[in-house]
Write a protein that binds this ligand. Structure first.
Ligand code: GRF
Length: 192
């Protein structure tokens, strides 16, 4: 199963996929890693000798034009699956329309709880006793696509956004590596 992974930040989820695919038995290959900015996480791809590309959001007059360039870059690699792994941008409709359902996203909450860009902070502010991690198929709305897998993560007394996010990320990483494996082994994203 060939992948293109898109990030915006530190890429700890990406690193988990890079380490998994370094094992020849893991049936997925990351063809390239893209970002909407000069993301620190691109260094992980470079360390593993994986090509990278950036489509800087600020360089484009509109989200649609940014999306068209992103799509053009992804088409170069023609992956079986596109993985959003901490991409902090909403994709334009035409990008989702072309790629979905072979387009998945990892989210640091137990969807449909706490969608959006501030899921961990929102869970803390809501006084939630538990949150979670989810892997979904990307649809047009905000984190509202079909849920592939999700798992609860406890919120502990005194948790900050950082401490909760650090407890969620290892769960995300495990769910993401497992989900890519399941898709490589035949999980049908069309029928979710
Ligand atoms: C992850 O928790 C992801 O779900 C969220 O942002 C975080 C990215 O972390 N969108 P990293 O860049 O993978 O370390």
């Amino acid at each position: 199963l060939s992948l293109v992974v898109l990030i915006s930040g530190g890429g700890s989820n990406l690193r988990a996929l890079l380490e998994a695919q370094a094992d020849a038995a893991y049936p997925a290959r990351i063809l390239a890693v893209g970002a909407d900015r000069e993301a620190d996480g691109l260094a992980h791809a470079e360390e593993f000798g994986i090509p990278t590309f950036t489509v800087p959001y600020g360089s484009f007059a509109s989200r649609e034009e940014w999306g068209d360039e992103l799509l053009a870059q992804i088409r170069v690699w023609n992956p079986d699956l596109v993985v959003l792994s901490g991409l902090m941008r909403l994709l334009p409709h035409r990008v989702v329309a072309e790629l979905s359902p072979r387009l998945i996203n990892t989210h640091p909450a137990y969807l449909p709880e706490f969608p959006g860009a501030h899921a961990v902070r929102d869970a803390i502010r809501a006084g939630a006793e538990q949150s979670g991690a989810s892997i979904i198929v990307v649809a047009d709305g905000v984190d509202d696509g079909p849920i592939i897998v999700r798992e609860r993560v406890p919120v502990l007394m005194g948790d900050t956004e950082h401490s909760l996010h650090e407890r969620i990320k290892p769960v995300e990483r495990r769910l993401l590596v497992q989900t890519v494996l399941d898709i490589a082994n035949g999980l049908d994203l069309e029928t979710l």
